[in-house]
Design a protein around this ligand. Structure first.
Ligand code: SAH
Ligand code: ZN
Length: 786
């Protein structure tokens, strides 16, 4: 038995594999199920994208690992829409294709739009940049004709009008957003002051009676993502310079600079480079290698895709700076001081600050919002932030503006490089039209790879960053190895259910008679085959056919005495999605010996009421933005959220501080050794909220009880004891479930609140549905008394 949506998963899988195999793009239908199955996508890098003008372009986009959020493709007469989809294999966002009439609202709701508009600093600095540039044009004695590329809600256009522009043209590639802009401009009384063109800027025609009467002498645009150029800024600006702007036009922003800081970090490398599995050799204190890593994996330059994260949340002890932050790439958006090139490499020399391995490059950027560099908009982490020059490492994430639509990023070097302190090295920084990459050179004569690193071993393609982290997580490994050491005997026949389950190899190395593993995809199978060879366990480990229920017990040396799951599946987004192991196990009961050991034995779903410090902004209504009404946009988001069936979305909570506002509550316990029930299971109860303060959400996770021993609980939630009113320390190798209350409440002594919860488990498709309510006890008491 499989999840209902398994067909969709398979289709997606085939789609991805076909992509890897050939440069041609194959389509797959996207159904309602697939939307809810993969409904909770990450909000990363997903501001609305832009139109692709030709089929040829699209192939390059895929080849360059480019994931803008939403685009339109003219393919002959039919219009299709590309949307961002979560790839079940890699956990990354990939292209999907939708018919033109596809309902966009959900995509808008999930995009970073709300968070972007909540970004006060961004809004203020765009306003200030516009004000100063318009003044400058006036000083020159010119009329001011503004072009706003990618107007979104119309915000920057309204700012330009307020600053006294003579004419403003706003273009927007994404039609539902252009529609939102139209309504928003009208509601604010700007309908006749802003000329709205629902087109991508590269399709705008200039001339009397056309989209724009004349070329603009002021361009304002916010077409940047975490990687700066990932949303297509290079093409947008090149085209604007050539076709849409006067020769002396001013631009807001006028320039962009990319900064890089080389670091040594074993912790960051856990998200990139697979380490051997080790254990304490029984009866000794020494560690020994249990699972070795194949040479092809060791030598792989790693995933090409950027690792974007909230750098200011990375603990300082996780890395050693090997360089100061270095300005490495510079873009003059006007293209006048320097051409806006589609690809370039720069070399910057630096002295190493410490001895160690150069592992990775931390990256962020800033924008010059005016012409003189007095108004700067920086995405630097706190230690490099221009507002905190005096504080440096003594600062914290609380000292700088929070934003999620732009983060910082980590780029792993193709190979770590061991160096001594005070060595002079050269940092190579490169970009193409949409992405960046880095490498290190000892001196100019040394020949190093200047190409964008691309995974050659497969493991970086089939695994998400989160999963790579899990595979390297000492806490997980310790529990798994201990459990296997206890259960694996020389006559054990082991059935390992999961994706990329290195522990299957550990079981063979620990002396099992035979290990059978299931792997969800061909790509996973290929990677696992490499591990089997590298560990010389070919005779002891077999990979079963994809649909394990097709395997007959005669194909095994004897029925399985141990079934084991980490549990992890590449389709698991929320922690409890790995309950798939239960379904998979139930589909192969015929392969199990009587009394076979089943691990994990139990899963418990937990929740805790919290105050999210910043994360609430991704859903909170704006009401207004820099003095302009935003109710039209709020309504759009609200109706989209209401339509979406998923109220819980996965987030790596270690990046998003949340204070405990109550004790963790066990919401549901499922006995995974039992068979799957026939009818839904509902658990409902209520608890009093003990801690005064604001409650704006719930954080949810799963605890996997590998055995009935306390020490064998693998949590995907808090890894330190939870203390009321304190920030929670989360497992950094999981995404937790985030639920946001539409109406946050403030608990105090006079206003006691109870949290009412109900969780429904639907056995037919394995879904969990959550309902949380905060009820004021004084009110409900009055209610029940009357
Ligand atoms: N200017 C708005 C929205 C910024 S988000 C604000 O600052 O609040 C970027 C928007 O630009 C998206 O809506 C995207 O669809 C649009 N966009 C990006 N490149 C574009 C282009 N070349 N032409 C038209 N729209 C573009
Ligand atoms: Zn690789």
């Amino acid at each position: 038995m499989y999840f209902c949506h398994d067909d969709v998963m398979l289709q997606r899988l085939q789609w991805l594999l076909s992509l890897q195999a050939s440069p041609t793009y194959s389509r797959w239908p996207v159904t309602k199920e697939s939307k809810s199955c993969f409904g909770s996508i990450s909000r990363r890098k997903n501001k609305l994208g832009f139109i692709l003008s030709s089929l040829e372009d699209k192939d390059t986009f895929i080849g360059s690992n480019f994931f803008p959020f939403l685009s339109k493709l003219h393919s002959g007469r039919r219009m299709s829409v590309f949307t961002q989809q979560l790839n079940p294999i890699t956990g990354k966002l990939e292209w999907g294709i939708q018919p033109e009439d596809y309902d966009y609202k959900q995509e808008v709701a999930r995009s970073a739009y709300a968070d972007m508009l909540h970004d006060q600093e961004r809004n203020d600095k765009y306003f200030e940049g516009l004000r100063r540039s318009i003044e400058e044009l006036r000083r020159r004695g010119q009329e001011v004709h503004v072009l706003d590329i990618g107007t979104g809600t119309g915000l920057l256009s309204m700012m330009a009008v307020s600053c006294g522009a003579d004419s403003v043209t706003a273009c927007e590639a994404f039609h539902p957003m252009a529609e939102c802009a139209r309504k928003g401009l009208k509601a604010n009384g700007f309908a006749d002051k802003v000329h709205l063109v629902p087109k991508r800027s590269t399709e705008i025609e200039v001339g009397p009676g056309k989209d724009m009467e004349r070329r603009a002498n002021l361009l304002v645009a916010e077409v940047f993502d975490t990687e700066l150029i990932g949303e297509g800024a290079i093409d947008t600006y090149r085209h604007a310079r050539d076709v849409l702007l006067t020769e002396d036009a001013l631009l807001v922003p006028s320039e962009g600079t990319v900064y890089a800081q080389v670091v040594s970090s074993k912790m960051l490398q856990r998200w990139n480079r697979i380490q051997p599995v080790t254990r304490v050799k029984p009866g000794t204190k020494e560690r020994e290698v249990l699972v070795s890593v194949p040479v092809c994996v060791q030598q792989c330059p790693g995933a090409a895709a950027v690792h974007d994260l909230q750098l200011s949340q990375v603990p300082q002890e996780w890395f050693t700076p090997m360089s100061h932050p270095l300005p490495v790439l510079w873009f003059d958006w006007s293209g006048r001081k320097k051409d806006i090139s589609c690809d370039e490499i720069t070399r910057v020399k630096f002295e190493t600050l410490a001895s160690g391995d150069c592992d990775a490059v931390l990256m962020w950027w800033d924008l010059r919002m005016d012409q003189d560099g007095e108004v700067m908009l920086s995405c630097a982490p706190y230690w490099a932030h221009p507002n905190l020059v005096d504080k440096c490492w003594k600062g914290s994430s609380e000292d700088i503006p929070w934003r999620d639509h732009w983060m910082q990023a980590v780029y792993y070097l193709p190979q770590p490089r061991t160096v001594l302190q005070d060595t002079t090295l050269t940092l190579l920084s490169a970009h193409d039209e949409y992405s960046l990459w880095f490498n290190i050179q000892k001196d100019e004569s040394e020949c190093v790879c200047e190409e964008r690193p691309v995974c050659e071993c497969g493991i970086h393609i089939v695994n998400s960053r989160t999963r790579l982290g899990q595979l390297n997580d000492p806490r997980r490994i310790e529990i798994y190895v201990r459990v296997l050491e206890r259960y694996i005997k020389s006559d054990s026949v082991c059935l390992a259910l999961g994706d990329g389950c290195l522990m299957a190899i550990a079981a063979a190395k620990l002396g099992a008679r035979h290990v059978y593993m299931t792997e969800g995809s061909d790509a996973n199978r290929r990677v696992m085959q490499e591990f089997i060879m590298a560990n010389d366990v070919q005779h002891k480990v077999s990979i079963l056919s994809e649909d394990v229920s097709d395997t007959s017990v005669d194909q095994l040396v004897s029925p399985a005495t141990v079934t084991f799951s980490e549990p992890f599946f590449s389709t698991s987004l929320l922690p409890w999605h790995s309950m798939y192991c239960w379904y998979l196990r139930n589909s192969c009961l015929h392969l199990l010996a009587p009394g076979a050991i089943r691990t994990p034995a139990t899963v418990k779903i937990w929740g805790i009421p919290v105050q999210y410090r910043d994360l609430w902004k991704i859903r909170a209504p704006l009401s207004q933005c820099s003095g302009f009404k935003m109710d039209i946009f709020d309504k759009l988001i609200e109706s989209a959220c209401e339509e979406a069936d998923e109220r819980v979305e996965p987030q790596p909570l270690w990046e998003y501080p949340a204070k405990a506002r109550g004790d963790p509550v066990c919401l549901l316990t499922l006995d995974l050794a039992a068979t799957i029930p026939d009818s839904p299971l509902i658990c409902a109860d209520s608890v009093t909220l003990p801690s005064p303060g604001l409650v704006n959400g719930m954080a949810l996770w799963a605890d996997w009880h590998m055995t009935d021993q306390l020490e064998d609980i693998l949590t995907t939630g808090p890894v330190q004891p939870v203390i009321l009113d304190q920030y929670i320390s989360w497992d950094v190798y999981s995404r937790q479930g985030v639920y946001l209350f539409r109406e946050p409440v403030t608990v105090d002594k006079v206003q006691p609140y109870r949290l009412h919860y109900s969780v429904t488990f639907q056995p037919c498709d394995g879904t969990l549905m959550f309902d949380f309510q905060l009820k004021n006890q004084t009110i409900s008491n009055v209610h029940s008394n009357s």
